[in-house]
Design a protein around this ligand. Structure first.
Ligand SMILES: Cc1cc2nc3c(=O)[nH]c(=O)nc-3n(C[C@H](O)[C@H](O)[C@H](O)COP(=O)(O)OP(=O)(O)OC[C@H]3O[C@@H](n4cnc5c(N)ncnc54)[C@H](O)[C@@H]3O)c2cc1C
Length: 495
């Protein structure tokens, strides 16, 4: 018999909800813990910047059994995603297992010697400790702000200037009549720059370090989901652990693959006018593709053209009076400085001795299938990885994780097998595909199919591909089909 476990799910965003459902479905005693007053994680309304929308089309951003409403646009807005996540939690009655406004402050091995962890929970000004048999960490990549400061910042703010992290830009009236300088070139930086320009900022300057490849929602008039999310495209990248036969095939097709990517680069350069803006990246696109590739904010290049957003290559060196001095020596006048410099990945409540087992000195995470570390038993991650289809990715990992915990995977790995696999993956990232080292090496793009194949093989499903081989090869991951694949695995109940 499989023991029923008391499971903590930390986080009530996309991944926490997926994990809560997966563990409950198998009969476990699930306790969700969310520090915010509401569900949704990055989509929770008070955390979202104005105008935010998904990068993934809606077909690629939903749970297997719960499509987004028909009347949602192709790229839903933040409040729509938030409402969608609530509807999923309602559908599966997940809300009643959650404690909101509850922060996990610390995590220690259980003092009673039993397997599991003791969590220190803070709520309503009180601190309590509670034991769990298993902890699923679903706190995502965007929970701890990356806080940076530059020399002269204190005088700048004393003189009336404002500095904020991108996540604090939640109200467009903040920029009215102000000279805004945005630091960063990621999606959040370009979203905020375009939004500030459209909402009455006196001027907007976007200071970015170096050009990166950006993908528009429509490439050459075609929705990018039809071009970039297929197995046929994925197989052109150098994935891990390729057999000799696969390497030979790759060598044979190298000229074709080269031509394909040069064609894509040319299309992007022409469509976006990258040369004109001195924004052609140095790195070939096939080497650069990872979770850090942004989707082009609608209106970005138009804003460059009409002068409402001025892109400047460089970084901040210091604040000087009301100016920001850039690394290229240029001075930019500024009232509001918005730092779109991302988030710090981590598990701050995990003691250092355990973090050392999880994270290598170069910041790479040691996790098997992006979910577990053999040297940290009774805990796992759901959605700690970035992806271009995060909802499906989290649901797949959640289903894998519960079976792993219950010893019900068809390919239940030994600790040594996990360690060997982790080493192989780290070696591949460090030597063969440096782009895969972004976000602590926790990025499944562009290898979604490969990652899902591995999870489904481990789970022991009877079907893991569509019956039509052409559709399988040339179409994006179809969430409802993945629901059917998961349902084709042997079923069981704990307790
Ligand atoms: C603006 C934006 C747009 C995005 N668009 C896309 C997209 O189009 N496609 C895509 O695939 N991905 C996208 N992403 C990535 C996005 O992070 C994922 O899609 C997904 O929402 C992550 O969900 P999550 O539950 O893993 O993490 P989060 O949404 O970050 O949720 C984590 C939760 O954990 C809680 N938490 C953290 N620490 C603690 C603690 N100590 N105690 C208790 N609770 C805690 C947080 O409050 C939060 O609610 C986007 C991200 C952003 C920021």
């Amino acid at each position: 018999m499989i023991a029923r476990k008391k499971v903590a799910i930390i986080g009530g965003g996309v991944s926490g909800l997926a994990a809560a459902k997966a563990f409950r479905e198998r009969g476990h005693d699930v306790h969700g813990i969310e520090r915010s007053h509401d569900f949704g994680g990055v989509w929770e309304l008070s955390r979202s910047y104005p105008g935010v929308q998904t990068q993934s089309p809606k077909d690629l951003y939903h749970y297997t059994d719960h499509p987004m409403p028909d009347d949602y646009p192709e790229w839903p807005k933040g409040p729509q995603v938030h409402a969608y996540l609530h509807s999923y939690a309602d559908k599966h009655k997940l809300k009643d297992c959650y404690r909101l406004n509850t922060n996990v402050a610390a995590m220690e091995r259980r003092a009673d010697g039993q397997p599991g962890w003791t969590l220190t929970l803070e709520a309503d000004g009180e601190t309590v400790q509670e034991d769990f048999d298993f902890v699923s960490i679903c706190t995502g990549q965007f929970s701890e702000k990356n806080i940076i400061t530059h020399p002269g910042q204190e005088m700048f703010t004393l003189g009336g200037g404002e500095v904020m992290h991108s996540s604090e830009y939640t109200d467009p009236s903040l920029v009215k009549d102000k000279r805004v300088v945005v630091l960063g070139g990621s999606k959040s930086a370009t979203d905020i720059a375009v939004n500030a320009a459209a909402n009455g900022a006196a001027s907007v300057t976007m200071v970015y370090r170096e050009p990166v490849w950006r993908v528009p929602y429509y490439v050459g008039g075609i929705n990018f989901k039809r071009l970039l999310y297929m197995r046929a495209q994925e197989q052109q990248f150098n994935s891990w652990d390729r057999s000799v036969a696969k390497r030979l095939v790759a060598a044979l097709f190298k000229p074709l693959v080269w031509a394909n990517f040069r064609g894509l680069e040319t299309l992007l350069k022409l469509q976006l006018g990258l040369k004109k803006w001195d924004m052609v990246p140095d790195v070939p696109i096939e080497k650069d593709v990872s979770c850090s590739i942004p989707i082009v904010t609608p209106g970005l290049f138009e804003a460059f053209k009409d002068g409402s957003v001025t892109p400047v290559r460089g970084s901040f060196e210091r604040y000087e009076g009301n100016d920001i001095v850039l690394t290229n020596g240029q001075k930019v006048s500024c009232d509001l400085s918005i730092l779109a410099v991302g988030w710090t990945l981590g598990v701050p409540y995990l003691p250092e001795e355990y973090r050392a087992k999880l994270i290598d000195p170069d910041g790479q995470y040691r996790v098997y299938r992006l979910a577990v570390n053999p040297d940290l038993p009774d805990m796992g991650f759901v959605g700690f990885n970035s992806s271009f289809c995060s909802v499906l990715s989290s649901e797949m990992i959640a289903n894998w994780l519960v079976r792993f915990v219950d010893g019900q995977l068809a390919n239940q790995p030994t600790d040594q097998e996990m360690r060997d696999n982790i080493e192989m993956m780290l070696n591949w990232k460090r030597k063969e595909r440096p782009a895969a080292q972004v976000y602590g090496g926790l990025c499944s793009a562009p290898f979604h199919f490969r990652h899902f194949d591995e999870l489904l093989d481990d789970i022991g499903v009877r079907q893991r591909k569509r019956s039509n081989p052409l559709a399988e090869q040339f179409s994006y991951p179809h969430a409802p089909s993945y629901g059917r694949y998961l349902a084709s695995a042997p079923q069981y109940q704990a307790g």
